[in-house]
Design a protein around this ligand. Structure first.
Ligand SMILES: [Zn+2]
Length: 286
């Protein structure tokens, strides 16, 4: 069976990056994060699945009990950077510092080496590719799940391979495994289907059918969601029309939908750390 991955980006709703409004203005507003995470833990327990949680260092510092809860429930804890700063706005030195700091915080909570990383808002770009994987590797990171291999208005690397692989940058093979987002071709464009806004847009039967098709071709798929995407009480703020649509679309049906996806995929879901350390890795990397 081709393994798939259930992943969550553990952050507050106001950590999302948008151009029409700086959501950090709301950083001190009340938070439903803990109850949303309790819900995630319960749903995963109901279907006996283990997820990989990409966690912000600053959040783990401020609310360590939430991250310990996730860890104690058997979920993998990986890094999602310190405070969701976009990597294409950092120098290599800043990214190194950010990664070190986050790993130290997370490791002090779990007592385990952190081996996984996901870039905030898929912010790997042509300008940081040269050092991105080297910085991760020097910090003991073994895999990254950071690339959206097409272009959107905010992010994306259109020429990047879309399967699990060790990236070759400027002729050199990097030592960090990349697990890029799986995309489908629709109306002449490559788009995501298995996480975030895309997961909220497409019906569950379509997502499940596409995962099965990709698995038959020997490709793994990761599903991803943020805690605020199942929060029917998420605060409403004045984003631009387009960004408001992306942020709030169909939240009320998303818990039901993720349940349907987990129900169908439950036997194939493994945490990424176990996958990367197991025999399936050599079968899927190409
Ligand atoms: Zn994020």
């Amino acid at each position: 069976m081709t393994p798939n991955f259930l992943t969550f980006d553990i952050e507050e709703w106001h950590n999302a990056n948008f151009s029409s409004l700086d959501l950090r203005l709301y950083k001190d507003s009340p938070s439903n994060l803990e109850s949303n995470i309790d819900k995630i833990i319960d749903i995963c327990a109901e279907y006996s699945v283990k997820s990989t949680c990409f966690v912000l260092g600053k959040l783990a510092q401020n609310k360590p009990q939430i991250i310990k809860k996730l860890y104690n429930a058997g979920h993998e804890i990986a890094s999602h950077s310190y405070n969701h700063k976009l990597i294409y706005n950092m120098t290599a030195e800043e990214f190194d510092e950010d990664t070190k700091r986050t790993c130290q915080i997370l490791e002090s909570l779990t007592g385990e080496k952190i081996v996984g990383f996901r870039a905030p808002s898929w912010s790997v770009s042509e300008t940081n590719l040269e050092w991105f994987y080297d910085v991760l590797y020097s910090n003991g990171i073994e895999y990254s799940s950071s690339v959206y291999p097409a272009k959107t208005y905010m992010y994306g690397l259109p020429d990047f391979p879309s399967h699990i692989h060790y990236p070759i940058i400027n002729g050199k093979t990097k030592k960090v495994l990349e697990i890029p987002q799986s995309l489908i071709s629709m109306f002449g464009k490559n788009v995501g289907f298995s996480g975030g806004f895309f997961l909220r847009v497409f019906p569950s039967w379509f997502i499940n059918r596409t995962i099965t098709q990709m698995n038959k071709q020997g490709n793994s798929v990761f599903v991803y969601l943020h805690p605020h995407e199942i929060d029917v009480n998420i605060p409403k703020v004045n984003l631009s029309k387009k960004e408001s649509l992306i942020f709030y679309w169909n939240i009320r049906n998303t818990e039901k939908k993720i349940r349907k996806i987990i129900n169908k995929q439950q036997n194939s879901f493994v945490d990424i750390k176990s996958f990367a350390a197991g025999p399936d890795l050599s079968l899927l990397v190409r």
